[in-house]
Write a protein that binds this ligand. Structure first.
Ligand code: NAD
Length: 189
């Protein structure tokens, strides 16, 4: 093979390069939001089956219709164990076991002085941003194992070091302890 042949992409190398996720199934929570929808479109362009999990049913169905047959929308409140179980079941029924979970759903903190903060707001942020990711990992783990392995992507934030409730919800998600939990080194939270 000449040097020229080594550097000029062939049809088959382009096919490999542009369909890196062909045959793999990806579930993205908060999939109708800005980043989630961008991730979904990128995965779909690379050949993945994509599952959109979100609270916003109309937006989720519209996004699934836009992407086409390789997309499925499922209503998912990440704070609900039942919703996670239903999302994984719907994913497997349509596409088979899950290869990639992206814990992307999240809500921001309101900008208020700490003494004006509401306990219900603190709890909601931790429920969605932190517990939601934990519930997702827990629900997806058996499906990822049935797939023969896979990946979990936890979207955190550089703001994990700044602020109050949002930071406290994001710092643990950024922590690598999540990985050891998935590997089964810890039997419980
Ligand atoms: N935008 C940023 O600058 C930024 C920076 C760092 C990290 N992040 C994180 O990235 C992720 C996506 O951010 P974004 O900017 O796309 O936000 P976004 O507000 O555009 O999207 C968030 C999505 O999460 C969904 N969602 C909210 N609560 C939910 C729940 N209980 N169950 C399921 N879905 C729920 C919303 O419906 C929405 O579709 C978030 O986790 C956010 O914390 C964002």
């Amino acid at each position: 093979m000449s040097n020229q042949e080594n550097i000029v992409p062939t049809a088959s190398s382009i096919e490999r390069a542009t369909r890196r996720f062909a045959g793999k199934t990806v579930l993205i929570s908060g999939g109708t939001g800005g980043q989630g929808a961008a991730h979904l479109r990128a995965f779909a362009a690379e050949g993945a089956n994509v599952v959109i999990g979100d609270l916003r049913d109309d937006a989720g169905k519209a996004l699934a219709a836009e992407i086409g047959d390789q997309a499925l929308y499922t209503h998912l409140d990440v704070t609900s164990e039942d919703d996670w179980a239903a999302a994984i079941a719907a994913t497997e029924e349509r596409f088979g076991p899950l290869a990639i979970l992206v814990n992307n759903a999240g809500i921001p903190s309101p900008a208020v002085l700490i003494e004006n903060g509401e306990l219900t707001t603190w709890q909601r942020i931790l429920d969605v941003n932190l517990t939601g990711a934990y519930l997702g990992i827990r629900a997806a783990a058996p499906s990822l194992r049935r797939n023969g392995g896979g990946a979990i992507v936890n979207i955190a934030s550089m703001a994990a070091d700044v602020g109050i409730a949002y930071a406290c919800s994001r710092a643990p998600v950024a922590s690598r302890k999540r990985n050891s939990m998935v590997r089964g080194r810890h039997a419980s939270p």
